[in-house]
Design a protein around this ligand. Structure first.
Ligand SMILES: [Zn+2]
Length: 189
């Protein structure tokens, strides 16, 4: 699946909106991404998972580890395609941790899977959890890479799409300057 095909799935499911948006950060942007809207369709989630599995199978992972909540659905689908375990880490008192009896060992080769990568902070934190169990982290896989620094993970990274979306302060937003109405995505108005 090439990046245009992936973006097409996002557009058709309403997961990639184009217009004039106010983000939760308060910044404005001409695009808005909500990967949960494409992943709500199990057949599309399965296709995206199979595409990421195809790009990471050579790493010979024995487990997929994803940060909750955003990584869970795609992590499950990548693991299904690779026929390995799917684990997720969740926040407890601010720190990502393995709960529910999930465990890893020094025999595990872990692939960290997320929906969207931006700064890489949660991916690095997820990899660090695997290391505390003695597991080897063999790489990271994401549907959309929104960042621009390939060295930020210190891990082999596979992304189906590179999507760098510019953001603007409201007082210097070119869309505001053109008088376009701004939309807050996710609101019901
Ligand atoms: Zn604006």
């Amino acid at each position: 699946m090439d990046s245009e095909a992936v973006l097409d799935l996002f557009r058709r499911s309403g997961a990639l909106l184009e217009g004039h948006f106010k983000l939760t950060s308060g910044l404005h942007s001409d695009r808005y991404l909500q990967s949960a809207l494409v992943l709500q369709y199990p057949d599309l989630a399965e296709q995206l998972g199979a595409a990421l599995a195809g790009r990471t199978r050579h790493l010979q992972p024995t487990a997929v580890l994803s940060p909750a909540l955003g990584g869970i659905v795609i992590g499950q689908e990548v693991a299904r395609a690779l026929q390995v375990r799917a684990l997720f880490a969740e926040r407890q008192e601010g720190a990502l941790t393995l709960r529910r009896g999930f465990t890893l060992s020094d025999a595990d080769r872990v692939l960290v899977v997320e929906d969207v990568l931006t700064t890489g902070g949660s991916t690095r934190e997820t990899a660090a959890i695997a290391h505390t169990y003695g597991a080897q982290v063999v790489g990271a896989a994401v549907i959309v890479d929104r960042g621009s620094d390939p060295a930020r993970l210190n891990l082999p990274l596979q992304a189906l799409v590179q999507l760098q979306v510019p953001t603007y302060q409201p007082d210097s937003c070119p869309l505001c300057a053109r008088g376009l109405a701004v939309v807050k995505p996710g609101s019901r108005a």
